[in-house]
Write a protein that binds this ligand. Structure first.
Ligand SMILES: NC(=O)c1ccc[n+]([C@@H]2O[C@H](COP(=O)([O-])OP(=O)(O)OC[C@H]3O[C@@H](n4cnc5c(N)ncnc54)[C@H](OP(=O)(O)O)[C@@H]3O)[C@@H](O)[C@H]2O)c1
Length: 315
């Protein structure tokens, strides 16, 4: 995907106009990655992609396909290709404008609905109790599904407490298997859980080698909320795919910078949803479960943290 692509520019503009700040203001604390890694590997998914059990008992694959900008029949083809290669988690959103094509790709794949894990997100313009219910039904219709596995509040804007109330009801009705948030900070999650509100199952936030979010991860761990990384490659910004530190580690394991990036997230216990429109990259991005970064590799990657978003235009 080319960052100059016009449809992406339009969508970025929409994000910029209505979007909010990414969770970024947490304090640093140590992280017991080895314990989490052990817990995950004990819970292997059937098709070889490890999974995690969310705080409500739902099982989620730890690696999936991001679908932002994958739209039209070509986007549907990408989704079908990814499923045929073994992907089971698909991440879409109302604002991506591609839910119908993600749904079409799933139909094309021929894989049973219950074998897949489909995430979509409520956009800012649908915030509030009534709007959220309508927005969710629109998403479901576009996807041509009876339920979604994970429904996220895309950004903490507008009446997100009203949205959460609607989502809790939809969850109880069985139309959503797990409810969660994206780009939320701790105090915003506190607002949702006050007065007995359901705890989010997932918080999807920007996380990659240049914005590592260890403090946010500790907050989520305390909370019992699964962390999910969006833009795990920072869309290649800041030279991620040619970064020499990642390349050196990759050479040791005969893996690419993309694979080292994904493996590093996996070993931290973070779900990742890399996007690709090319089968060759989809295959490469799946091929991360046959090697292990050692403690020194993990430490070296920690040194790449710039501790700031690579998408300032979205703040
Ligand atoms: N919740 C939120 O606020 C939020 C925000 C942004 C994104 N997201 C989600 O996160 C997903 C991933 O983030 P993203 O789409 O921003 O970007 P990304 O996954 O960080 O990067 C995608 C880019 O990496 C390239 N790529 C993929 N695999 C590669 C490989 N092995 N080698 C070299 N290049 C490779 C792709 O090009 P090719 O197509 O050529 O492979 C594409 O240009 C999104 O699609 C979306 O589902 C959520």
């Amino acid at each position: 995907m080319n960052n100059n692509n016009s449809s992406e520019r339009i969508k970025r503009r929409e994000f910029m106009l209505t979007g909010g700040k990414v969770a970024a203001s947490f304090l640093f604390a140590g992280f017991e990655s080895s314990k989490i890694f052990a817990a995950i590997t004990a819970d292997q998914h059937k098709n070889g992609i490890p999974s995690v059990t969310l705080n409500n008992g739902i099982i989620m694959p730890m690696l999936g396909l991001g679908t932002m900008t994958l739209d039209g029949p070509k986007g549907a083809r990408c989704v079908a290709d990814a499923i045929s290669l073994g992907y089971r988690l698909l991440d879409t959103a109302t604002i991506y404008g591609n839910e119908e094509f993600v749904g079409a790709g799933i139909m094309q794949s021929g894989v049973k609905r219950e074998e897949l894990f489909v995430t979509t997100k409520l956009w800012v313009s649908d915030a509030g109790y009534e709007n959220a219910k309508k927005g969710f039904e629109r998403s479901l219709n576009k996807l041509r599904m009876e339920y979604v596995d994970l429904y996220l509040i895309h950004r903490p804007r507008g009446d997100y407490k009203g949205s959460w109330k609607a989502m809790q009801e939809l969850y109880k009705e069985g139309k959503i298997k797990a409810i969660g948030v994206s780009n939320f900070e701790r105090h915003q999650m506190d607002e949702l859980t006050a007065n007995g509100g359901t705890k989010p199952a997932v918080n999807q936030i920007e996380t990659h080698a240049f914005f590592q979010e260890f403090k946010a991860q500790n907050v989520l761990k305390d909370y019992g909320v699964q962390m999910e990384a969006w833009s795990p490659f920072a869309e290649g910004r800041n030279g991620l795919f040619t970064n020499q530190t990642l390349a050196k580690i990759g050479a040791k394991h005969k893996k690419s910078n993309a694979q080292v990036s994904l493996r590093w997230l996996h070993q931290r216990g973070i779900v990742a949803i890399p996007r690709s429109s090319q089968k060759i990259h989809m295959i490469e991005n799946l091929d991360i479960f046959d090697f292990e970064l050692d403690a020194s590799d993990m430490q070296t990657i920690t040194g790449l943290d710039l501790n700031q978003t690579q998408f300032p235009e979205w703040n």
